[in-house]
Design a protein around this ligand. Structure first.
Ligand SMILES: O=P(O)(O)OC[C@@H](O)[C@H]1O[C@@H](OP(=O)(O)O)[C@@H](O)[C@@H](O)[C@@H]1O
Ligand SMILES: [Mg+2]
Ligand SMILES: [Zn+2]
Length: 177
């Protein structure tokens, strides 16, 4: 199946060092909603794997997080597309969970949900942890320059990382090639 996994903050919506704490702060990156809708209409299943330590830190609650994701689904549906499984890690960095990126737990959860292979599966992120999570399960790390992507570019990237300006460019590559 044509399955694509996306990181959320910095890929779909703008990120903030102060975390994205409300639906009002959740603002799509230009072109990202359209990109997801176009991918969906072209037969791709678009899933999301996102660290949300702001839950553990008490910055926002699960109802608020769900409201952000309802907004994402609503915007993509308005463009005729749909969003697949959204998986999040609500834990803090010190909790030792199996799901927080750079651990690949969320990628495994999504692949199992769709009975899809992880090998070569594109995972699009803006942080080094996203790319490392992909590499850990032999998926394809894809870096976008939005969000923290420009800063991540200055770090040592996993071998074979693909680099695109933004999610719209990733969608154009997948749909037209
Ligand atoms: O990019 P994704 O995984 O969708 O979400 C990232 C967010 O959960 C937050 O992750 C935090 O990292 P720490 O969790 O504090 O290390 C910081 O980088 C915040 O700026 C960022 O908003
Ligand atoms: Mg991110
Ligand atoms: Zn977790």
């Amino acid at each position: 199946m044509k399955l694509l996994i996306l990181d959320r903050d910095g890929v779909i919506n703008h990120d903030s060092d102060a975390y994205i704490k409300s639906v009002q702060e959740w603002i799509p990156i230009p072109g990202s909603i359209e990109a997801i809708a176009q991918l969906s209409k072209a037969g791709w299943t678009v899933a999301v794997a996102t660290n949300q330590s702001g839950i553990a830190r008490g910055y926002y609650d699960l109802a608020t997080l769900d409201a952000m994701h309802a907004r994402l689904r609503e915007l993509v549906a308005e463009q005729g597309g749909e969003v697949g499984l959204i998986v999040y890690c609500p834990h803090g960095p010190d909790e030792g969970c199996a799901c927080r990126k750079p651990k690949p737990g969320m990628l495994r959860t999504i692949a199992e949900h769709y009975q899809a292979e992880l090998t070569g599966l594109w995972f699009v992120g803006d942080s080094l942890g996203d790319l490392e999570a992909a590499k850990a399960v032999d998926s394809q790390p894809v870096l976008v320059k939005t969000g923290k992507g420009e800063k991540t570019l200055g770090k040592t990237l996993p071998v074979g990382t693909l680099i695109f300006d933004d999610l719209a460019a990733v969608a154009a590559e997948l749909i037209h090639n």
